[in-house]
Each structure stands twice: as C-alpha cells, then as structure tokens.
Design a protein around this ligand. Structure first.
Ligand code: ADP
Ligand code: UVW
Ligand code: MG
Length: 405
C-alpha cells in the first residue's frame, strides 16, 4: 500500500512516498523530496528515489499550489519517478497546522474537516491555506482517495490550564476559544521520543526541552512524557524570533501601529507574520544566507543572530524553571539540525546548570553533543514528521477498511 505524505511548511513542502505492508510496522520510503524556498529567489524542487535516482528542477516556485503540481509530476516521471499513475496511491496524509480545539488527534478528511480547517485558517495564515491547497489538489485529481489530517496542535492538548490560559477575561476563552494551542507538535513529540531512546531512559521519567528551529520555530517542555508548555500560542506567531515572524511582542504594539500609523489589521498582520523576524531585522530570512552575511561582516545579520539565540535561551531557561530541572535539551529542524554555531551559542548560557558542550561532537552534528560528565544532555535529532503522519494515515484508513469487512 502506497501512502503519500505531504508536509507543507511556511517556506517548504516536504514529501515522502511510503510502502506499507499490512500487519507490520515497517514503512519503506520509496522516494522523498522537497520544494524549498517557496516564494523567494532560488526555489528548488528535488526528489530522490530509494535507489538513488534523483530529479532536480530550478526556477521560480511562486506558491504552494505550483509546488504541489510539480511534486505530483515528479512522482510520475517516466524515467526517475515512482508511480505509474496517481491511482497507485492507497492514501494521502497531510500535515495540518492549526486544528484549534476541534481536533485533539488525527482524523480522516471529509467536508466537515475541511470546513473546520478553513475556519482555523485565520489563526495560521501562513500554514492552513497551503495545507488546504494540498488537500484540494489531491481531491481534484483523486476524489475518492482517503486523506488524513495530522495536526500540529494535537500533542499540546495535554498542557495544563495554567499554561494554556491567557490573562484575559474568561469570556474570551469561553466564547472565542482564545488560548494557547502550540504547534510543531508532531515534530516535538517525535524528537522527544527519539531523544529518550538515545538516552536509554523512558520518556515519562525525563524532563526534556525540545527546540524545533526551522523557518518557524518553537520550544516545548515535556514532563511525564507530555507537553506541559510550548512557546507558540494562539497562533504560530508567538515565541522565539523566526524567519519572517516577530515572535513575542508587547501585545500593545499592533494596536499602537494601527492607531499611530493608520494601518489596517491585514497590514499589521503582514508586518508581524511576513515582514518581521530575521527578515525584518537583517533583510534575510534563511539562516544559510544570514550565516554568509555574518561571515562577510554584515552587522545587521550579526544582530539578528544574537536576537534569535537570546530568544531561544530565554525559553529554555523558563522551561527549566517551570519543570524544576531539565535532563535534556534537543535541537531539531532545518536550523537545529544543521547550524552548529547556533546550537553552540544557545548552549553557552547553560553552564550554570552543569551543561558542558562537546565542541567536536557539536561541530560534527552527532546525536549527543554534550560531554559524558555534563549534567544536562544536549542532543541533535533529525525530525521525521512524515513518518509520524504515515503511521497515523495507515492506522486511520485501516480502521475504516476493517469496519467494512
Ligand atoms: N543545510 C542547512 N544548513 C543551514 N541551515 C539550514 C540548512 N537547511 C535548512 N536550513 C535552515 O533551516 C530553515 C528551514 O527549516 P525547515 O525546517 O526546512 O523549515 P520549514 O519546515 O519551516 O519550512 C531555513 O531557513 C534555513 O535557514
Ligand atoms: C507552525 C509552523 O511555524 O510551521 P513551519 O515551521 O513549518 O513554518
Ligand atoms: Mg517544518
């Protein structure tokens, strides 16, 4: 059974085609690929088949729809593709970023689910619309294929009320569900589990802080095996400084911009979501570009990195205090997995907890990047949101299939 998993991020679409054999928990990857730098210069579309056959396309990818069409073509490429036709697919799993309180776990997609995802789109303007585009694109081509949605928000539903309620009048929650939701849950949950495995201890016995640092970024605290707090909030705008998102602000700032500069809600939203963060501070959003600029002596780029690192350190410090300790700090996603400078700078301030960085291991992106006598372990774990989505897709479609028998 072939399952296609589509993971739309704000700047990229990652995808994997899995072959699943009934009755075992093995997911063979037939091909994986990525559309990268969507909406900025230097967009790329790459696919690698399990035997190593590669496809590359360069040229502008202006939005997620164009990217999805390119991906479906590559999968069916006559020479280096993996599908004779899209009819060979058994199911499709999608990452969906904002499930609000409507979804506490993954679901089969139907019209009501699409409606609920659309309802939550205002709360995740960079994400739910591309997620819906993916669902729609597949639906248009294969209307009968089962599709599954796996939500970023689901895992954080375990947060205690003290962590998810805001200091607002209660009606705001009761009537409008204004609360912290948290995102990147599929990734945080996966890497926390992998970190526990790497440390040879049960997840429920560990206090873990996971740092998902991609174009968007968030930090999560895990205690007793559950997410107990996370840096993103009602929307994926809150928390650390990100590629184009401001992260935490004094909540009066957007009101002041509207009053003082006469800006509309959508203009202010664009400033905070699309023109802020690293892009707003130094004119670049991609950490690879920012790193090159720092090397060339660009002061704004250096300041952007300092602010980025500082915002991450503050969350790690807060969560260590929230849990009355921390056993492991985990780095994942584009920046977390690839930028050893960033990891080293972040961890520099945790000597007071007895954390000791192993400089060589960190530079080599090894799994454990702290010394043996470090009181807190530092780890680099490759995230695999696609595998988690494939597992849920298989489980949910099989449940329905077995009910039919
Ligand atoms: N090989 C790499 N070296 C350094 N940074 C990288 C590398 N690959 C990705 N990144 C950084 O990761 C970010 C994208 O992370 P990713 O997790 O793919 O984002 P998203 O899923 O939010 O689109 C980019 O902004 C880039 O700065
Ligand atoms: C929720 C979110 O910010 O996702 P991404 O990092 O993929 O943009
Ligand atoms: Mg991502």
């Amino acid at each position: 059974m072939k399952i296609l998993v589509i993971n739309s991020g704000s700047s990229s679409i990652k995808y994997q085609l899995f072959e699943v054999t009934d009755g075992n928990d093995e997911y063979e990857v037939l091909a994986r690929g990525q559309a990268d730098r969507i909406g900025i210069t230097g967009s790329t579309l790459e696919q690698k088949r399990s035997d190593g056959a590669k496809l590359h396309r360069y040229g502008e990818i202006k939005d997620h729809k164009q990217a999805i069409n390119g991906i479906l073509e590559m999968l069916q490429d006559s020479e280096k593709g993996v599908l004779q036709s899209l009819d060979d697919l058994w199911g499709v799993g999608h990452r969906v970023v904002h499930g609000g309180e409507d979804f506490t776990r993954s679901v089969r997609i139907n019209k009501a689910v699409v409606k609920a995802i659309r309802k939550n789109a205002d709360l995740a303007p960079l994400h739910n619309p591309p997620n819906l585009m993916g669902i729609q694109a597949v639906y248009e081509i294969l209307p009968d294929i089962p599709q599954v949605a796996v939500f970023d928000t689901a895992i954080h539903q375990t947060m205690p009320r003290k962590a998810y309620m805001y200091g607002l009048p209660r009606e705001q929650y009761k009537n409008y569900r204004i609360r912290r939701y948290g995102f990147h849950g599929t990734s945080h949950g996966y890497v926390a589990g992998q970190a526990a495995e790497a440390l040879g201890r049960p997840l429920r016995d560990l206090k873990i802080i996971t740092c998902h640092l991609g174009n968007g970024g968030s930090i999560t605290a895990f205690e007793d095996g559950k997410s107990i707090d996370t840096s993103m909030g009602f929307t994926p705008l809150a928390g650390i400084v990100m590629g184009t998102r401001s992260g935490d602000l004094d909540p009066y700032i957007p009101l002041h911009m509207m009053e003082n500069e006469g800006l509309s809600v959508s203009q202010v939203s664009a400033i905070m979501n699309k023109q802020g963060g690293l892009l707003g501070i130094c004119g670049r959003r991609d950490m690879r570009d920012i790193r090159s600029a720092v090397v060339e002596g660009d002061r704004e780029a250096a300041e952007a990195v300092e602010m980025y690192v500082y915002s991450i350190q503050k969350y790690i410090g807060a969560y260590a205090a929230a849990m009355n300790g921390v056993d492991a700090i985990v780095f994942t996603a584009g920046v977390g997995e690839n930028e050893h400078h960033i990891r080293a700078s972040v961890l520099e301030n945790f000597g007071f907890l007895g954390l000791k960085v192993d400089v060589e291991a960190n530079r080599n992106h090894e799994t454990v990047i702290t010394t043996e006598d470090s009181a807190v372990a530092g780890l680099v774990i490759h995230t695999d949101e696609e595998l988690v989505i494939a597992r849920d897709t298989y489980r949910l479609i099989s449940e329905v299939e077995s009910e039919k028998v």
